[in-house]
Design a protein. Structure first.
Length: 187
C-alpha cells in the first residue's frame, strides 16, 4: 500500500472515531413551524397561507396608513418553549416574507437576553417572496429548556418557520422538515 493511501485511511479512520465519540460535536437543527407557538398575543396572529410550508404563518397585519411615519404601539408576540439537546453557540434563522422596507422585521428574544431585530432587504420584485433571514446575533445556550419569543417590530411581515442551529456553516435555502420533538408541550 502506498504512503498516500495509508494517510487517507488514517485520516478517514480518525474522523470516523471523532464523529462517533462526539469530539466534533453533534449538529442540531431545531425547525419550528411558526404557527406552532404555545401562545400568541395581538397584534401578532396566525393566518392561512397556501404558499407556507404548513399552510399557516404568523404575521402582523398591515396598518393603514402604512410606512407613513404614523406611530403605533408595537405589541404582540408568539411564545415557544424548546428543549435544546446540547450546550453550544446557536444561530437563529427565520423563513420570512416581507411586505416592504417598512414591513420587514420581527424582534427575536431568547430567554432573558434583550430582543434582537431580524430584518432584511426587500424590493418590489421580491415582495412577499419567502426567504431565510439570519439573525445577526448568536446565543450561547445550555442543554435544556429555553424560551423563544417572536415579537412584533412593525406591521406587514410574515413568518413561516424558524430554525435554531449550532451549525454555523448551515445555510437553509427552502422550507425545512419540522422537528417537533424539540418543542416542549403546552402545560
Amino acid at each position: 500500500m502506498n504512503a498516500c493511501k495509508q494517510r487517507t485511511i488514517l485520516v478517514v479512520t480518525a474522523l470516523s472515531l471523532a464523529l462517533a465519540s462526539g469530539a466534533l460535536g453533534a449538529r442540531t437543527r431545531i425547525v419550528v413551524e411558526a404557527e406552532k407557538c404555545q401562545t400568541i398575543t395581538p397584534k401578532l396572529e396566525k393566518a392561512k397561507d397556501p404558499k407556507a410550508s404548513g399552510g399557516e404563518v404568523i404575521l402582523v397585519k398591515l396598518n393603514r396608513p402604512h410606512g407613513t411615519g404614523v406611530k403605533y404601539v408595537v405589541e404582540g408576540e408568539a411564545k415557544y418553549v424548546i428543549n435544546v439537546p446540547s450546550a453550544g453557540r446557536y444561530y437563529f434563522w427565520g423563513f420570512v416574507a416581507w411586505y416592504d422596507a417598512c414591513g420587514n422585521s420581527f424582534n427575536i428574544k431568547v430567554d432573558d437576553n434583550p430582543p434582537v431585530t431580524l430584518e432584511g432587504p426587500v424590493t418590489d420584485e421580491d415582495k412577499w417572496a419567502w426567504r431565510w433571514q439570519k439573525l445577526k446575533q448568536s446565543f450561547q445556550l445550555t442543554a435544556g429548556k429555553h424560551t423563544i419569543l417572536v415579537q412584533m417590530a412593525e406591521d406587514g411581515p410574515k413568518m413561516d418557520q424558524w430554525l435554531l442551529t449550532n451549525d454555523k456553516r448551515f445555510i437553509p435555502v427552502r422550507a425545512l422538515k419540522p422537528t417537533p420533538q424539540y418543542l416542549v408541550p403546552k402545560q
